[in-house]
Design a binder for this molecule. Sequence first.
Ligand SMILES: [Fe+2]
Length: 294
Amino acid sequence: MNINKNVLRNNHKTFKRALCIILTLFVVFTIVTVWGNVTLSVDTFLFETDKVNVESGYKIAHVSDYHNTDNIFLNDAVFSSLEVEKPDAIVLTGDLIDSRKTDIEIAINFVSRLVEIAPVYYVTGNHECNVSIKSQSAFDNMILDLKALGVVVLRNESLEITLPNNEKLNLFGINDPYFHCEYESEVGEATDSLCASFKVDKSKFNVLLAHHPEQLEIYSEYNFDLVFSGHAHGGQIRIFNQALIAPDQGLFPEFTDGEYKSGDTTLIVSRGIGNSVIPLRVFCRPHLIYLEIK
Ligand SMILES: [Fe+2]
């Protein structure tokens, strides 16, 4: 009888201890996850090239996948960082708005603050495409609002930017390929024809803004030196730094965060600021990138 009582007492203690550990882990996980969704992670890259001589440097801030983020902590963090870093240019690589949230005004207000800091260059993402399907006039008005703010909208267009020392950078921007195709299986072909529409002079310094990172091989074929992308949201959930899932890449995606190379092309991928289908990030903080060209 005594032996049974002791066993029961020990089992009860073990259960309480296990419950305590599980609750502690749950509380820690919740705190870390909340913190990881309302704070900004900032990464800095150096891009050295022989094609231009800019000893003083030219700093580009890369903001992607804003998705109408109305989180004041994140918005404040973005502007606090930009005010300190004072970039020479800001590139927005698509999904500035979210097709599931209708309040485009949040994105326009965000951009109205960006243009006070530096020239802003923008390309569309798949969410802009979805918005245009739902309401062409809402999309058209958004583009008009961006242009009225002085944003350079690059929908299969390019321009020359003058860097310090009177050096030149050719900036290209493609529309999201979903404006030109319907299915995931057609994204590569659409991207290829969009890139082919440019005359890229290999001897010049060529930078591309393109929402989709998984098309790196194609960007490389068209002689872009540097490409800025987003779209993958860092895989949204990262376990031991392995991304879990991304649109157009599926499970365990490859192109989600940071720097990638193919041939002479360097791809920089932002994990983005906001969320869409999955409203939460796990070990995948919102992301702001600075890249200095030297
Ligand atoms: Fe996105």
